[in-house]
Design a protein around this ligand. Structure first.
Ligand code: NI
Length: 159
């Protein structure tokens, strides 16, 4: 287990489409462990593999600090409603911006055992899922910010 370096806006890794994970290997397992460590260490609620420089379709999300979700090859299959609120990103430190996302999201993915899973989320979890899945397609939330990107003045949620 190790803390990996988080790539910041301007790094090419954040602009590229990540590749499907075909099988679980010791290396991928180590990557996932490191992603969780890195996310918790940085105080974030989500992290995509490309944010640590690995172009694989893997995200980790934990919006409560005690319920880590590992999503491999995730795909959103259902959304509903809308929420507008502040968002941040570990790759854009010190900044925050207002983004509109679905209020509810259902995602299908594989877990760390490459077993098919389904995850439903509302509110912050729905927002985190959308934010992290955008990373896998080379998109960062700043592209979707309504109005100006602002300086985060207090402990914002970072994803
Ligand atoms: Ni992010």
């Amino acid at each position: 287990m190790a803390i990996r370096n988080i790539r910041e806006l301007g790094d090419e890794c954040l602009t590229l489409r990540c590749k499907e994970v075909k099988e679980m290997t010791p290396r991928v397992r180590e990557l996932i462990e490191d992603m969780l460590d890195t996310m918790y260490e940085a105080g974030g609620v989500g992290l995509a593999a490309c944010q640590v420089g690995v172009l694989k379709r893997i995200v980790v999300i934990d919006t409560t600090g005690e319920d880590p979700h590992i999503l491999i090859n995730p795909r959103i299959v259902e959304t509903s409603g809308e929420q507008t609120g502040q968002e941040g990103c570990l790759s854009v430190p010190g900044k925050t911006g207002v983004v509109t996302r679905p209020m509810y999201v259902k995602v299908v993915a594989q877990d760390a055992a490459m077993k098919n899973i389904e995850l439903e989320g509302t509110e912050l979890l729905a927002r985190a899922i959308c934010h992290e899945l955008d990373h896998l397609d080379g998109h960062v939330y700043v592209e979707k910010v309504e109005g100006e990107l602002m300086d985060a003045v207090y402990d914002e949620v970072e994803e």
